[in-house]
Design a protein. Structure first.
Length: 321
């Protein structure tokens, strides 16, 4: 019998940590926003609320997308995570719109500011928690893309490889990157607004945070739309698969190959050319041997191979590492 712990273990851990952290932050930011009247603090509370809802949806989606293929759904459920991420995009877009409207209102009608201590505490907590979740998301990117790095060295590696990570991890990375930057921006704006006569800066900060949220929604929405349509695997995955196939001594060439990515899983379809003179029984054994070898590669869920005799023409070029 599947336990709750088993289900949680299948989900994207970054989105779970992010959802729990943002739920805590939402409470203290909401109190700080109401008590201070700060537009930047309101924007931060809205952003955190959107993040908490999104990442909870994404975590649930990441669990469901791990389900095994069934006779009715033979390709599996990998694209479910894209559907959940698109739902999260709608939430972020609405919150971003409301945040920008609030910022415009505060520029036109600056509000009195109060309870600086609680506001600073909530933003400091936000920077700490969102920064931690962001670092965990970066480590998750390295894990999913099979890259390595230590210390601050993981930052450029994660940024470089983020598009190859799973949709859930990408969403957490983008949202917490904006959340951390937004909290720093809000803290600066609130301090300047409190200690100077530049009261409109609070509203401008809210608008900037809202626009950043909109940018995240657009980026994540685009990437998940592409994932729902169906996208080919990254070049490094294609190279690795072709190397596995061509490493077999009986394979002379790859005639055609297509690798479709669904979520973080890959479906391989290929016609491979074998050396001449083999019987059908021997050729079948070779095909099954290569299929089993490909299925040991992480994240490849199914392999369909066709076999043809060597045509004598080189069809496939690959970089052997």
């Amino acid at each position: 019998m599947t336990t709750i712990r088993d289900l949680i273990s299948k989900g994207n851990s970054s989105s779970l940590y992010a959802a729990l952290g943002n739920l805590f932050l939402l409470i203290i930011k909401g109190i700080a926003a109401v008590s201070s009247g700060s537009g930047a603090m309101f924007a931060e509370a809205m952003h955190t609320g959107a993040d908490a809802v999104n990442q909870l949806f994404v975590f649930i989606g990441s669990i469901l997308s791990e389900r095994k293929p069934t006779p009715r759904f033979p390709s599996g459920f990998g694209r479910l995570i894209n559907v959940f991420c698109m739902g999260a995009v709608i939430v972020v877009t609405i919150m971003a719109y409301e945040t920008v409207l609030e910022g415009i209102h505060l520029i036109q009608h600056p509000a009195p500011f109060g309870k600086l201590g609680l506001t600073i505490f909530s933003l400091a907590a936000s920077i700490t928690i969102d920064g931690y979740v962001l670092s965990k998301a970066m480590r998750e990117i390295l894990s999913e893309t099979r890259t390595t790095g230590k210390g601050l060295g993981i930052v450029p590696i994660a940024v470089k490889n983020v598009k190859r990570a799973s949709p859930a991890t990408r969403l957490v990375f983008y949202e917490d990157l904006v959340a951390t930057f937004g909290a720093i921006l809000a803290l600066i704006a609130i301090l300047i607004t409190h200690f100077t006569s530049i009261k409109a800066l609070d509203g401008f900060a809210a608008i900037i945070i809202g626009l950043l949220m909109g940018g995240v929604a657009f980026q994540v929405g685009y990437e998940n739309m592409v994932g729902l349509i169906g996208v080919s695997a990254p070049k490094d995955v294609e190279d690795k698969v072709s190397q596995i196939i061509l490493s077999d001594p009986d394979v002379t060439d790859i005639n055609k190959m297509r690798i479709l990515q669904e979520g973080r899983f890959f479906h391989v379809e290929s016609y491979i050319e074998l050396r001449p003179g083999l019987s059908l029984a021997v050729a079948d054994d070779i095909k099954f041997r290569i299929r089993d070898k490909l299925l040991t590669y992480k994240d490849i869920t199914d392999v369909t191979l066709g076999i043809i005799e060597d045509t004598g023409i080189k069809d496939w070029e690959t970089t052997i590492s």
